[in-house]
Each structure stands twice: as structure tokens, then as C-alpha cells.
Design a protein around this ligand. Sequence first.
Ligand SMILES: Cc1cc2nc3c(=O)[nH]c(=O)nc-3n(C[C@H](O)[C@H](O)[C@H](O)COP(=O)(O)O)c2cc1C
Length: 293
Amino acid sequence: MSGIVFYKTEKLQEIVHFYTNRIGSEVWLDQGKCVILKHGNMLFGFCEGEKADIDGILTFFYRTTTEVDAIYRRIEKDAEHSPRKNERFHIYHFFGLDPEGRKIEFQTFLHRLKEYWSGEQLLLYRRSIREFVAEDISEELLLKVFEVCRFAPTSRNSQSYYYVVTKDLKKKAILADIRQQASKPLAAAPYVVAVCVDSQKTKRAEQDCCIAGYHLLLAAAQFGLGTCWITDMNREEVKRILEIPVADHIACLTPLGYPAYDSLDSSEEELRQVSRAMMLPPRRKVKEIFRFV
Ligand SMILES: Cc1cc2nc3c(=O)[nH]c(=O)nc-3n(C[C@H](O)[C@H](O)[C@H](O)COP(=O)(O)O)c2cc1C
């Protein structure tokens, strides 16, 4: 399910230009007299009318204060004030006006939110997380995550995968030591999950298992939880500790918990301290990762 909020406008062209070129929204559907715009997962439309609707506030929210500052720099001349904290609502925001005098607001919430990412945002924003807050995950949320995992694709729909979850401190400590520095994040979260496949159920154990692993990483990120794919360990040892049948396949272990930091809102220096993996080269350009033949 989804929804659209419509406004009447006397200047359709100008308004569409403002929200696309200045604010960064995109045209989702052009119906001629009405144009529907998309901003993240928000859909809002403008239709030609004799009198513009200018009541209410159009609020765009971002993940981080850095992004609010960036949009402020872009539309400074249309802003009413520079970004500031609002203690009452625990937000960081500023107001502005669109070309018809409609109030617009740009903000980030300074507290944890329920899930809201669009599919594209999920794929872009998921990151490996290696430090976690001590807070436990409710059973309800864990079930939501694994409910989504039921839809991982498998060879011949074998549904061969399963997840072994532990919060046992002793087990987590042993697992965290299993590959020295590379496996340390396993002790940092309230849960460790092993992504496994019942080898009896499929001829494609490795492929089924890796997809089930990535499905878990995405499902967790969607619900605000952090994970980190950890592999190359002594699998026999892991199976013994987690009581996994010797014949079964393990794709990876991952910590699972609420992230202790936002991997997209930290300075490079902070990230360097948080994780060695962040020192890896930046992402390749899109033209480097696909080609036509
Ligand atoms: C097959 C595989 C093995 C990995 N092994 C480890 C590991 O042992 N320890 C670790 O901290 N991260 C590990 N990672 C996470 C990568 O370092 C991480 O995905 C990569 O740096 C890209 O960063 P991102 O996940 O934040 O986008 C592994 C990832 C993959 C796909």
C-alpha cells in the first residue's frame, strides 16, 4: 500500500521545476494537468487549479544532520532560518517557502525511528555494522525480521535455509575469537546469527545459503538493525558450538543488534576508528561495474 498527497497549484511548471531541480525530488508520474513527485518514499502531487493550496507544511526528512545542512546550502535563499535543534520534538530542522508561498520544512529526527526506507534507500544505506548498543531486541522485532527472511529465493524453491540464533555470552565470546580481529563484532551485539542450509534439501547449498544471508542483512537493516557478514572461520568449530549438523552448510555468522553509530553520518576519521573495513577504497563508479557485450 502507498499514498499520495495532492495540492492545487497556479504555477504547475514552476512548482515542478522547484521541487525537482532545487529540492531533488523526481517526477514519478506526469499526467499533464497533474504531476506526481517522489522524494524518497514520499509521493506528493500538484494539479493545476484556480487557487493554490498553500495550507499545511510539506516536511522532507533526511537520515542525518549532514544531509539537512547540505539541502540548506542548496536552497539557502528560500530558507527562513539556518538549521537548528528543536528540543521539544527532538529534531534538527529549518523552514522555507516554495515559489507559491507554501511552507516547506527539512529535518532529521534525533532519535531512532521505525522503518520507513524505500527499497532503493535500503539497498543504498545498508552497511556492515561492527559496534552495537547493549539494548536487547524485542521478540516481536526478531520475528518481523525472520518473517521477511521466509521470502529468500532458493534453488527449486527448496527453502533449504535456516537461521541459528544465540545470545549465550560464552558461545558469543568463543565465536568472536574464532578469526581474531575479523570476528570481533560477534561479541559486540546482543545476538549472533548463523545462516545455514540443510544440505539434504538442496543441490545448491552455497547459493541458497548466501542469498539467505544477504536477505537477512537487508531485512535487519530495514528494521533498523545492524549486521556484518563474517566468514572464513573454522566451520567445524562453529557447528559444534551452535549445534549445527556436520553435513549442513554455513554461509556466514553475523552479529545482530542496534547499531552504535550511523555509518553514513560520521567523519572519515571517526569511521577509521570505528572499523578497519571503512578504510577500504570508496565504491567503484557505476560504469566500472557493468558492461555491454
Ligand atoms: C564474503 C564476505 C566476507 C566478509 N567477511 C568479513 C569479516 O570476516 N569481518 C568483517 O568485519 N567484515 C566482513 N565482511 C564485510 C565487508 O568488509 C563489507 O561488506 C565491505 O567492507 C563493504 O562494506 P559495507 O558492508 O558496509 O557496504 C565480509 C563481507 C563479505 C561479503
